[in-house]
Design a protein around this ligand. Structure first.
Ligand SMILES: Nc1ncnc2c1ncn2[C@@H]1O[C@H](COP(=O)(O)OP(=O)(O)OP(=O)(O)O)[C@@H](O)[C@H]1O
Length: 260
């Protein structure tokens, strides 16, 4: 397993808007190590979502490369990119994007079933994750029957269902009131810290950003370090497969975690 879970190397991305070319990312480089939790704090419209989508292999850059757990992704087929994304990357959005016709439990089972896990194992793992996110009692409810904070906690459980190495979150608490945002963030933080995941989290919430190991911003299309706090989770030596008793460890023991 590589020490750097995510490396962005000289990423460029331009958009054409009418007759104008907007340079959003301009040789942007960034490295996220195992166990690191990094806040991406930047004004609206500067390219946070663009960066996260490129890092999550959901969008292609115009130039540069994304390296996930040592694997350079430029030039890979769409199928191979999808495989890496499903196995190694979890994504949380500002809006939950849960499937409305399925229960919370089924939503968390879904990625595991797609990955080929047996339904009984996927169910057990999903129930465990929902309990961990303190939303276990709502397992049989559909998204419309859940509060915004509960929906986001289910969405976080779903994002880590296949024990990814990397969690990318695009303003995961941006749609919640301050108290709920704090509660949801604390659940997310506990999950990240205990499983040894690497996480890059875009947020406008300075209080939550200050709790992470590092804060970066986007300036002139580049990733720039804002400050460095003591990296509480960065050097613990834990890994998604190694921390006994955590949801991630449970996943690796059920075989959803690949040889990472
Ligand atoms: N598909 C697209 N075509 C043209 N322009 C785009 C496209 N996607 C994004 N943009 C532009 O690129 C810029 C960066 O967008 P992006 O969504 O990455 O910003 P952001 O920092 O995440 O903003 P917010 O905090 O408001 O979500 C914006 O000016 C946006 O209008």
């Amino acid at each position: 397993m590589a020490d750097s879970i995510l490396e962005l190397k000289s990423i460029s991305r331009r958009y054409i808007q009418g007759s104008k070319e907007l340079v959003i990312l301009n040789n942007a480089s960034f490295t996220l190590k195992r166990g690191e939790m990094v806040a991406l704090v930047a004004p609206s419209g500067t390219g946070k979502s663009t960066l996260l989508h490129i890092a999550g292999l959901l969008e292609y850059p115009d130039g540069g490369d994304v390296i996930v757990n040592g694997q350079p992704c430029a030039g890979l087929s769409d199928d191979r990119r999808t495989e890496i994304r499903r196995r190694d990357i979890g994504f949380v959005y500002q809006f939950h994007h849960l499937l409305p016709e399925f229960t919370a439990l089924e939503n968390v089972m879904m990625p595991q079933l797609i990955a080929g896990l047996k339904p009984s194992e996927a169910r057990e793992r999903a129930a465990q994750l929902l309990n961990y996110m303190k939303v276990g009692k709502r397992a049989e409810h559909r998204p419309a029957e859940l509060s915004g904070g509960e929906q986001q906690r289910v969405a976080i459980a779903r994002a880590v269902a296949n024990a990814p190495l990397l969690l990318l979150a695009d303003e995961p608490t941006g749609n919640l009131d301050p108290a709920t945002a704090k509660y949801v963030f604390e659940a997310l933080e506990a999950l990240v810290r205990q499983s040894g995941l690497a996480a890059l989290i875009a947020t406008h919430n300075e209080e939550l950003a200050a709790r992470m190991d590092r804060r970066v911003t986007l300036r002139d299309g580049k990733v720039v370090e804002l400050s460095r706090a003591p990296a509480a989770g960065a050097s613990s030596g834990t890994s998604a497969a190694a921390s006994a008793g955590t949801p991630a460890a449970a996943a690796s023991s059920t075989g959803t975690s690949s040889a990472k």
